[in-house]
Design a protein. Structure first.
Length: 327
């Protein structure tokens, strides 16, 4: 009887926390880790995109947002709670990033990808962002645009800076670049982490090509045809198969800075170099890439978000905000 009463109390507390955090009854069901984020002070809302609710967690500092808002996107196979609860050691640095950002005066908005992306042959790719250029309409740009143009202003306290910054890990980094070049004038700066050029790659989502449960298939460079995990995979003398970019750089375009490990064993450093070159070719402003060196051995661990990125990345966003104010 005591155990049953305790369980009922826990459910009522969770429901109360959800209501206080801003979740409507029609919101998508929350995972236990998302409930833990809510219990730790995160708020939330859902955005209806083409009849499908998409869930966002967010947290801001007390009072005004001194530096503006950061939109963070998880990696392939991930969830938005990877930024607000360390469900494993692999995500602890991301949680520390969010905590540091809020402590420095940023609000942080955590987006969750869908699982409806397909490759060119119609095969499901798993839980990834719609981070390559396709003939069909993009599944995620309307969601990201609605969060930036409608939801963030609606939640922004008076006296806050109105800058919006994008970052993301791996697939989320590709999507951050895609959104930053698509949503001209709405984004102040973009910091892709462990990713590359969303206009220069494509997925082949044959589940037999990968052992991953939540992401299917492999990603290939458009010009070399090599898997992006291979050393030198994105090295090319021409980049003739770059897909058309969503927009050319202009006075309102965001500034970029890439964050990458030189011995990333999942997204080779040559793929970040490809993005560096394409940004420069199209006139986007960019600070020098932040490279981690490590011990010289390529690994999956070097692909993960690193604590060494946290302070430099936030300092980059702070500098970018100052530049926008000085225009």
């Amino acid at each position: 009887m005591q155990r049953a009463r305790s369980g009922l109390v826990s459910i009522l507390v969770a429901l109360g926390a959800l209501a206080a955090a801003g979740f409507a009854a029609a919101s998508p069901p929350l995972a236990p880790q998302q409930l833990e984020c809510v219990a730790n002070g995160w708020n939330g809302f859902s955005v209806n995109v083409e009849g499908r609710p998409r869930m966002v967690l967010w947290k801001g500092p007390p009072g005004a947002w001194r530096h503006g808002a950061i939109v963070a996107m998880h990696g392939g196979g991930g969830r938005n709670f990877h930024w607000c609860v360390a469900s494993s050691a692999m995500t602890a640095a991301q949680v520390r990033f969010s905590e540091m950002a809020v402590a420095r005066g940023f609000a942080v908005f955590l987006l969750d990808s869908g699982d409806e992306v397909t490759d060119r042959e119609g095969r499901g790719c798993g839980k990834v962002w719609d981070d390559e250029v396709r003939a069909r309409a993009n599944l995620d740009l309307p969601f990201i645009g609605a969060v930036i143009a409608e939801e963030i202003p609606a939640h922004r306290p008076a006296g806050s800076a109105n800058h919006v910054f994008l970052t993301g890990l791996s697939s989320g980094g590709y999507m951050a670049t895609r959104a930053g070049t698509h949503l001209q004038g709405l984004v102040s700066a973009v910091a892709p982490v462990s990713s590359g050029d969303p206009y220069g790659w494509h997925r082949v989502c044959d589940a037999g090509l990968s052992a991953r449960a939540r992401v299917h298939g492999v990603a290939l460079d458009n010009d070399t045809g090599r898997r992006i995990s291979e050393a030198g995979a994105c090295e090319s003398s021409h980049y003739r198969h770059e897909a058309p970019w969503d927009g050319a750089a202009n006075a309102g375009s965001p500034v970029f800075r890439l964050f990458h490990h030189s011995f990333d064993g999942v997204h080779d450093r040559s793929c970040a170099v490809r993005l560096e070159r394409q940004l420069a070719l199209r006139g986007y402003r960019a600070e020098p890439t932040f490279w981690l060196q490590g011990d010289g051995r390529r690994s999956f661990a070097n692909h993960l978000w690193q604590d060494a990125y946290n302070a430099p990345l936030l300092e980059f966003f702070e500098r970018a905000g100052v530049r926008v104010r000085q225009r």
